[in-house]
Write a new protein. Structure first.
Length: 394
């Protein structure tokens, strides 16, 4: 069952040399109510804005139709008959690969004209049984697609790429016919051999970097790689706010002490009670890495200790625009974001005691702000980064 492991999805892209926008599009969604993940990679004809529009239209339709459990033949037919026709070549063209991961683990892949997906089990390639789908009606009748289904195991990886990867280096002395799928497999397998736990983000980034190198660092096409990695989850605990009843302070401290994963404490009052209950001292840092926020503190055995509401609000702001190309700073909020990105299962423990120092206790604004900010952070983590988020109020 898929719940035994986490599904990490990430990608990396490089635009065609001289273009400001990528003609490839990779999108994915976690369908929470079905515990289902759908990912789509599409390569629009040509490059630049026009290609991006074709790929965006294709990938969006593919994701929405797949989400509605449409028949594979029908999905392909509608997508290909809906795309606008090129005035010059008289064809509507965008490739696509759809990956549908069901809650029980069954994973289905549908491909049209993209390089065949690479499935690694550890460092070894596996080839599921592929079948052909032939379109019977519409202006694309007779065209064929490929589909397969398999049950992934822990440490499996699915590598998707556009032809900017497999055709990179074409015409060069090293790769007169392009890098080709065999060299991609050899390279990816070597990376996994060198680092068995290499992340989806890192693996996709290294594959794109190698394709760019093959092109002499002047990309001859849009270069895209997406990786889906099935692995053990990495847990993170974030505590913010003291318990409603002071008698539960020891309970909170014991939950933190016994947690099997990394721990962040957000809030001075929370940090004080945890240090007191665990018999540890707090060391304050006097270096302001972020002028907008108080500096972090240190408690033995706790991975990160920061101020509360202001820091969480900044975490939310960073996450709104964060992507793989954003370089994080050294401030407390940046460190939290970095730890969130490195984790898969995030558990929030939210204390419900009203901070009397902040406002009238009959008007618990601080508590509501804390709850609201945490929920916004959770929504971004779930929808944009496929993290599994849980809450506990104490």
């Amino acid at each position: 069952m898929r719940e035994n492991f986490f599904t990490e999805v990430n990608s990396h892209q490089r635009n065609h040399d001289g273009e400001r926008i990528c003609g490839d599009v990779f999108i994915y969604r976690y369908i929470r109510e079905e515990d289902r993940i759908i990912a789509v990679l599409s390569d629009g004809m040509g490059h630049g804005v026009k290609a991006n529009v074709l790929a965006t239209l294709t990938s969006t339709m593919a994701l929405n139709f797949t989400r509605e459990h449409k028949d594979i033949d029908r999905i392909a037919e509608v997508i290909m008959n809906t795309l606008p026709v090129c005035n010059i070549r008289k064809i509507s063209y965008a490739t696509f690969t759809i990956v549908d991961i069901e809650p029980a683990g069954k994973t289905s892949i549908l491909e049209y004209d993209n390089p065949p997906a690479v499935i690694l089990r550890g460092k070894e390639i596996i080839e599921p049984e592929w079948t052909t789908v032939r379109l019977e009606t519409g202006k694309h009748a007779g065209k064929t697609l490929r589909k397969c289904s398999f049950i992934p195991e822990k440490e499996d990886r699915i590598i998707l790429c556009s032809d900017g990867v497999t055709q990179s280096g074409m015409g060069s002395d090293d790769y007169p016919f392009g890098w080709e799928r065999e060299n991609l497999i050899k390279y990816a397998s070597g990376l996994v051999s060198g680092d068995r736990s290499v992340s989806a983000q890192a693996l996709a980034g290294k594959i794109v970097a190698m394709a760019h190198k093959n092109d002499g660092y002047r990309a001859k096409d849009d270069i895209s790689c997406a990786v889906i990695y099935f692995r053990d989850p990495r847990p993170l605990l974030i505590c913010t706010g003291p318990p409603y009843e002071k008698e539960k302070d020891p309970l909170l401290a014991s939950k933190i002490k016994d947690y099997k994963g990394k721990v962040i404490i957000c809030g001075g009052t929370t940090a004080d009670l945890v240090a007191r209950e665990l018999g540890r001292s707090i060391t304050d840092n006097l270096v302001f890495e972020d002028p907008e926020l108080p500096p972090e503190s240190f408690i033995q055995g706790i991975d990160l200790v920061t101020e509360g509401i202001l820091t969480l609000q900044k975490v939310n702001e960073i996450l709104k625009t964060y992507n793989n190309s954003v370089r994080l700073g050294k401030g407390p909020a940046d460190k939290i974001v970095r730890m969130l990105m490195e984790s898969d299962e995030i558990h929030f423990i939210i204390g419900t005691r009203i901070n009397i120092a902040h406002q009238d206790p009959s008007l618990p604004v601080d508590l509501e702000i804390r709850r609201t900010v945490v929920k916004r952070i959770a929504r971004l983590l779930e929808e944009k980064w496929l993290k599994k988020v849980t809450f506990e109020y104490i």
